[in-house]
Design a protein around this ligand. Sequence first.
Ligand code: SF4
Length: 236
Amino acid sequence: MNTAQEERRSEKLRSLAERAGRELEDASALDILGWAADTFGRGFCVTSSMEDAVVAHLASRVLKGVDVVFLDTGYHFPETIGTRDAVEAVMDVNVITLTPRRSVAEQDAEYGPKLHDRDPDLCCRLRKVLPLEEGLSNYRAWATGLRRDESPTRANTPVVGWDERRQKVKIAPIARWSQDDVDAYVAEHGVLTNPLLMDGYTSIGCAPCTRRVLAGEDMRAGRWAGRAKTECGLHE
Ligand code: SF4
Protein backbone atom coordinates (compact mmCIF):
# COMPACT_ATOMS: atom_id res chain seq x y z
CA MET A 1 0.00 0.00 0.00
CA ASN A 2 1.47 3.40 -0.96
CA THR A 3 1.39 6.47 1.28
CA ALA A 4 -1.70 8.02 -0.34
CA GLN A 5 -3.61 4.75 0.02
CA GLU A 6 -2.51 4.46 3.66
CA GLU A 7 -3.68 8.01 4.35
CA ARG A 8 -7.08 7.31 2.75
CA ARG A 9 -7.39 4.09 4.76
CA SER A 10 -6.52 5.88 8.00
CA GLU A 11 -8.95 8.70 7.27
CA LYS A 12 -11.73 6.18 6.64
CA LEU A 13 -10.95 4.33 9.86
CA ARG A 14 -10.76 7.57 11.81
CA SER A 15 -14.21 8.75 10.74
CA LEU A 16 -15.59 5.26 11.37
CA ALA A 17 -14.16 5.41 14.91
CA GLU A 18 -15.46 8.90 15.60
CA ARG A 19 -18.94 8.08 14.37
CA ALA A 20 -19.04 4.83 16.37
CA GLY A 21 -17.85 6.70 19.45
CA ARG A 22 -20.86 9.01 19.22
CA GLU A 23 -23.39 6.32 18.29
CA LEU A 24 -22.23 3.75 20.86
CA GLU A 25 -21.71 6.09 23.82
CA ASP A 26 -24.75 4.67 25.62
CA ALA A 27 -24.45 1.10 24.30
CA SER A 28 -23.65 -1.87 26.52
CA ALA A 29 -20.12 -3.27 26.62
CA LEU A 30 -21.32 -6.36 24.76
CA ASP A 31 -22.91 -4.25 22.01
CA ILE A 32 -19.74 -2.18 21.64
CA LEU A 33 -17.65 -5.33 21.32
CA GLY A 34 -20.25 -6.86 19.01
CA TRP A 35 -19.85 -3.85 16.73
CA ALA A 36 -16.06 -4.32 16.81
CA ALA A 37 -16.31 -8.03 16.00
CA ASP A 38 -18.76 -7.38 13.13
CA THR A 39 -16.68 -4.53 11.74
CA PHE A 40 -13.15 -5.89 12.10
CA GLY A 41 -13.47 -9.67 12.64
CA ARG A 42 -10.01 -11.11 13.26
CA GLY A 43 -8.53 -7.67 12.66
CA PHE A 44 -9.57 -6.88 16.19
CA CYS A 45 -7.87 -7.85 19.46
CA VAL A 46 -8.14 -7.26 23.18
CA THR A 47 -5.15 -6.18 25.25
CA SER A 48 -4.98 -7.30 28.86
CA SER A 49 -2.67 -6.50 31.76
CA MET A 50 -4.05 -9.62 33.47
CA GLU A 51 -5.37 -7.61 36.35
CA ASP A 52 -8.60 -9.38 35.51
CA ALA A 53 -10.08 -11.06 32.45
CA VAL A 54 -13.28 -9.01 32.24
CA VAL A 55 -12.81 -7.50 28.77
CA ALA A 56 -11.36 -10.76 27.43
CA HIS A 57 -14.44 -12.56 28.77
CA LEU A 58 -16.83 -10.03 27.24
CA ALA A 59 -15.01 -10.18 23.90
CA SER A 60 -15.01 -13.98 23.85
CA ARG A 61 -18.82 -13.86 24.04
CA VAL A 62 -19.01 -12.00 20.73
CA LEU A 63 -15.93 -13.47 19.00
CA LYS A 64 -14.91 -16.97 20.02
CA GLY A 65 -11.15 -17.45 20.17
CA VAL A 66 -10.55 -13.69 20.11
CA ASP A 67 -6.90 -12.68 20.30
CA VAL A 68 -5.94 -11.46 23.78
CA VAL A 69 -2.62 -9.64 23.71
CA PHE A 70 -0.51 -9.60 26.88
CA LEU A 71 2.74 -7.67 27.28
CA ASP A 72 5.26 -9.67 29.29
CA THR A 73 7.69 -6.96 30.37
CA GLY A 74 9.88 -9.38 32.33
CA TYR A 75 9.00 -7.49 35.50
CA HIS A 76 5.57 -8.90 36.28
CA PHE A 77 4.49 -10.38 39.59
CA PRO A 78 4.30 -14.20 39.47
CA GLU A 79 0.56 -13.83 40.18
CA THR A 80 0.14 -11.88 36.93
CA ILE A 81 1.90 -14.56 34.89
CA GLY A 82 -0.24 -17.16 36.69
CA THR A 83 -3.40 -15.26 35.73
CA ARG A 84 -2.24 -15.16 32.10
CA ASP A 85 -1.65 -18.93 32.18
CA ALA A 86 -5.07 -19.56 33.73
CA VAL A 87 -6.81 -17.38 31.13
CA GLU A 88 -5.03 -19.30 28.38
CA ALA A 89 -6.00 -22.64 29.91
CA VAL A 90 -9.68 -22.10 30.63
CA MET A 91 -11.06 -19.36 28.41
CA ASP A 92 -12.15 -19.45 24.78
CA VAL A 93 -9.51 -16.92 23.74
CA ASN A 94 -6.17 -16.97 21.94
CA VAL A 95 -3.57 -15.48 24.29
CA ILE A 96 -0.66 -13.83 22.50
CA THR A 97 2.29 -12.88 24.70
CA LEU A 98 4.47 -10.04 23.45
CA THR A 99 7.99 -9.62 24.79
CA PRO A 100 10.43 -6.70 24.50
CA ARG A 101 13.39 -7.03 22.13
CA ARG A 102 15.80 -7.03 25.08
CA SER A 103 15.54 -9.32 28.08
CA VAL A 104 15.84 -7.61 31.47
CA ALA A 105 19.47 -8.78 31.64
CA GLU A 106 20.22 -7.34 28.19
CA GLN A 107 18.58 -4.06 29.12
CA ASP A 108 20.59 -3.93 32.36
CA ALA A 109 23.80 -4.54 30.40
CA GLU A 110 23.00 -1.77 27.91
CA TYR A 111 21.36 0.87 30.12
CA GLY A 112 22.49 -0.13 33.60
CA PRO A 113 20.43 -1.90 36.27
CA LYS A 114 17.06 -0.66 37.51
CA LEU A 115 16.31 1.62 34.59
CA HIS A 116 12.77 1.74 36.01
CA ASP A 117 14.09 3.76 38.98
CA ARG A 118 16.23 6.13 36.92
CA ASP A 119 14.22 6.66 33.75
CA PRO A 120 10.83 4.93 33.94
CA ASP A 121 9.62 6.60 30.74
CA LEU A 122 12.45 5.01 28.78
CA CYS A 123 11.94 1.67 30.54
CA CYS A 124 8.21 1.73 29.68
CA ARG A 125 9.02 2.69 26.11
CA LEU A 126 11.42 -0.23 25.68
CA ARG A 127 9.35 -2.82 27.54
CA LYS A 128 5.77 -1.75 26.78
CA VAL A 129 5.21 0.91 24.14
CA LEU A 130 7.49 -0.43 21.38
CA PRO A 131 6.52 -4.12 21.78
CA LEU A 132 2.83 -3.19 21.70
CA GLU A 133 3.30 -1.05 18.61
CA GLU A 134 4.89 -4.02 16.83
CA GLY A 135 2.35 -6.48 18.23
CA LEU A 136 -0.64 -4.45 17.08
CA SER A 137 0.62 -3.95 13.55
CA ASN A 138 -1.62 -6.69 12.13
CA TYR A 139 -4.82 -5.38 13.70
CA ARG A 140 -7.11 -2.55 12.68
CA ALA A 141 -8.70 -2.18 16.10
CA TRP A 142 -7.81 -2.95 19.70
CA ALA A 143 -9.82 -3.02 22.90
CA THR A 144 -8.63 -2.08 26.36
CA GLY A 145 -10.08 -2.17 29.87
CA LEU A 146 -9.71 1.59 30.43
CA ARG A 147 -12.38 3.12 32.68
CA ARG A 148 -13.25 6.76 33.18
CA ASP A 149 -13.44 6.40 36.97
CA GLU A 150 -9.87 5.08 37.33
CA SER A 151 -8.10 8.44 37.28
CA PRO A 152 -8.52 12.03 36.06
CA THR A 153 -6.34 11.24 33.03
CA ARG A 154 -8.89 8.63 31.92
CA ALA A 155 -12.04 10.65 32.63
CA ASN A 156 -12.71 11.45 28.96
CA THR A 157 -11.98 8.03 27.48
CA PRO A 158 -14.34 7.44 24.50
CA VAL A 159 -15.99 4.04 24.17
CA VAL A 160 -14.68 4.02 20.59
CA GLY A 161 -11.99 6.46 19.52
CA TRP A 162 -9.09 7.01 17.19
CA ASP A 163 -5.58 5.99 18.25
CA GLU A 164 -3.59 8.61 16.38
CA ARG A 165 -0.19 7.22 17.26
CA ARG A 166 -0.93 3.75 15.96
CA GLN A 167 -3.51 4.77 13.34
CA LYS A 168 -5.99 2.27 14.72
CA VAL A 169 -9.45 2.19 16.20
CA LYS A 170 -9.28 2.00 19.98
CA ILE A 171 -12.21 0.55 21.89
CA ALA A 172 -12.90 0.92 25.61
CA PRO A 173 -16.06 -1.15 26.07
CA ILE A 174 -16.17 -0.70 29.85
CA ALA A 175 -15.20 2.99 29.86
CA ARG A 176 -18.48 3.90 31.56
CA TRP A 177 -18.29 1.09 34.15
CA SER A 178 -17.57 1.61 37.83
CA GLN A 179 -15.60 -0.74 40.06
CA ASP A 180 -18.95 -2.05 41.34
CA ASP A 181 -19.94 -2.93 37.75
CA VAL A 182 -16.67 -4.83 37.32
CA ASP A 183 -17.10 -6.66 40.63
CA ALA A 184 -20.68 -7.59 39.72
CA TYR A 185 -19.63 -8.94 36.31
CA VAL A 186 -16.78 -10.94 37.86
CA ALA A 187 -19.15 -12.45 40.43
CA GLU A 188 -21.91 -13.21 37.93
CA HIS A 189 -19.65 -14.89 35.35
CA GLY A 190 -16.92 -16.30 37.59
CA VAL A 191 -14.28 -14.31 35.68
CA LEU A 192 -10.61 -14.91 36.49
CA THR A 193 -8.93 -12.13 38.45
CA ASN A 194 -5.39 -11.54 39.61
CA PRO A 195 -5.00 -12.78 43.24
CA LEU A 196 -3.17 -9.54 44.10
CA LEU A 197 -6.53 -7.72 43.91
CA MET A 198 -7.37 -9.52 47.17
CA ASP A 199 -4.07 -8.43 48.70
CA GLY A 200 -4.34 -4.64 48.73
CA TYR A 201 -3.50 -3.90 45.09
CA THR A 202 -6.15 -2.08 43.05
CA SER A 203 -4.11 -1.53 39.89
CA ILE A 204 -1.43 -4.01 38.89
CA GLY A 205 1.57 -3.33 36.70
CA CYS A 206 5.25 -4.28 36.88
CA ALA A 207 6.44 -5.32 40.35
CA PRO A 208 9.14 -2.62 40.75
CA CYS A 209 6.62 0.13 39.96
CA THR A 210 3.53 -1.10 41.81
CA ARG A 211 2.64 -0.99 45.49
CA ARG A 212 -0.50 -1.57 47.51
CA VAL A 213 -2.85 1.40 47.81
CA LEU A 214 -3.58 3.04 51.14
CA ALA A 215 -7.02 3.94 52.50
CA GLY A 216 -8.41 7.01 50.71
CA GLU A 217 -5.97 6.84 47.77
CA ASP A 218 -7.25 6.57 44.22
CA MET A 219 -7.12 3.23 42.42
CA ARG A 220 -3.93 3.97 40.50
CA ALA A 221 -2.03 5.62 43.39
CA GLY A 222 0.11 2.50 43.76
CA ARG A 223 1.55 2.86 40.25
CA TRP A 224 4.89 4.73 40.06
CA ALA A 225 4.15 6.01 43.59
CA GLY A 226 6.12 9.10 44.54
CA ARG A 227 6.75 10.03 40.90
CA ALA A 228 4.99 12.42 38.54
CA LYS A 229 4.44 9.52 36.15
CA THR A 230 0.86 8.17 36.05
CA GLU A 231 0.68 6.28 32.73
CA CYS A 232 3.04 3.90 30.98
CA GLY A 233 2.61 5.56 27.59
CA LEU A 234 0.34 2.93 26.06
CA HIS A 235 -2.71 5.18 26.31
CA GLU A 236 -1.28 8.60 25.53
FE1 SF4 B 1 9.76 -0.54 33.46
FE2 SF4 B 1 8.22 0.06 35.57
FE3 SF4 B 1 7.43 0.69 33.08
FE4 SF4 B 1 7.47 -1.84 33.91
S1 SF4 B 1 6.17 -0.17 34.67
S2 SF4 B 1 8.18 -1.12 31.95
S3 SF4 B 1 9.33 -1.87 35.20
S4 SF4 B 1 9.20 1.53 34.21
